[in-house]
Design a protein around this ligand. Sequence first.
Ligand SMILES: Cc1cc2nc3c(=O)[nH]c(=O)nc-3n(C[C@H](O)[C@H](O)[C@H](O)COP(=O)(O)OP(=O)(O)OC[C@H]3O[C@@H](n4cnc5c(N)ncnc54)[C@H](O)[C@@H]3O)c2cc1C
Length: 386
Amino acid sequence: MIPELTPDLRDLQARAGSFVEQEIYPVEQRIAERGTIDKAEIAELHRKARDAGFSHLNIPVTEGGPGLSMLGQVILEEQAGKATNGLGFIVAERAPIELLELLSPDQVERYARPAFRYERQEAWAVTEPGAGSDVAAIETTAMRDGDEWVLNGEKWFVTGAEKADFLLVLANADGEQTLFLVDIETPGCELARVPAFAHDPYFYQHPEVRLTECRVPDENRVPSGGAEGARKWFTLERLMIAARCCGAADRLIAEARAWSLERVASGRPIAEHQAVQFMFADSLTELVAARLLTYHAAHGFDAGTDPPVLHGKVAMAKLFASEMAGRVADRAVQIFGGRGYMRENAAERHYRELRVDRIWEGTSEIQRLIIARGLLKRGSAPYADA
Ligand SMILES: Cc1cc2nc3c(=O)[nH]c(=O)nc-3n(C[C@H](O)[C@H](O)[C@H](O)COP(=O)(O)OP(=O)(O)OC[C@H]3O[C@@H](n4cnc5c(N)ncnc54)[C@H](O)[C@@H]3O)c2cc1C
């Protein structure tokens, strides 16, 4: 079941939607004209979004926050997903509350709470050159030396490492995968390379991080299971990817619709050509289906669904929504014709930017494996029951 959106959630949805349209769309246009991100402009946008009250709404009441439900977070993230260049991350700025479950009380005090207060920022370093989908194959090591751990290895695609104060590094320690809190300034921790990506210019970069004889005190070893911790983070991020994909598709359908009513070809608006109408019909139907899957999985978080089942439901939402958004963006480019291939058009930008949603936080193939394994183990009922 998906509960009816409360008036508060409707209000949040409307406010976030108009912030994205009024404050972010003009910035996107300037980025398209310049081809680069202006850091001062982004800092100002960030300040405005925080002042407007969109940030850190996910902090639980027990930590002094508003404790926005997961359904509420998804509603907000969906609006954020309409923006290109990763600027939506500024609106749906989530605090890393997953750290509350993972870290020791002392670590929560030193890392999580400062992050909630915007004093420190984290980045996750799991993937390696030889281990992406297969997290079990990571080769980074942590060797104990007295009260310290010595880390060696290479981490790739560390989103936001260029802005981060500390990393959550997954390493092999004493025969098990363990997370370590590594301050970015620690000797032996370096940003080795900052590659360019298809979605650039983008709010985040994805540096490669090299750890060479990097010494971390034992109090920075995360006590809870490393791989399990990474899995929890993946589940949450996958749900948010699904939500952003729905927002992107919503914008693309709306903008392509407006254009199709205006553009005349062969003597009538292109919206009157059946071939164009069929593209809209498919896009809207797929968007609604993806949104239902996404809201359903979000509600599962709020309703306390069994975590392994929830993991499968989130995988379904991520798989379907990311593939749906790719198809919708492709059709939107087609409906805009040559204009859809211009950087100044959101369809062009989304067409490039949405591609990564079928890759990061677990590829479409990995989502299919999760869904299939869940089905084979538990049967379809826990997943198919609405
Ligand atoms: C822009 C960007 C940002 C990222 N941010 C982060 C981050 O912040 N932190 C982090 O740790 N990582 C991050 N990642 C890494 C991301 O999660 C991985 O790229 C992703 O999990 C895929 O791993 P891989 O690139 O090594 O591909 P591979 O695992 O090498 O996969 C290559 C292909 O093989 C397929 N494949 C692999 N295994 C199987 C299988 N068992 N069955 C069927 N098919 C399979 C895959 O689906 C894919 O099609 C980021 C990646 C990108 C591109």
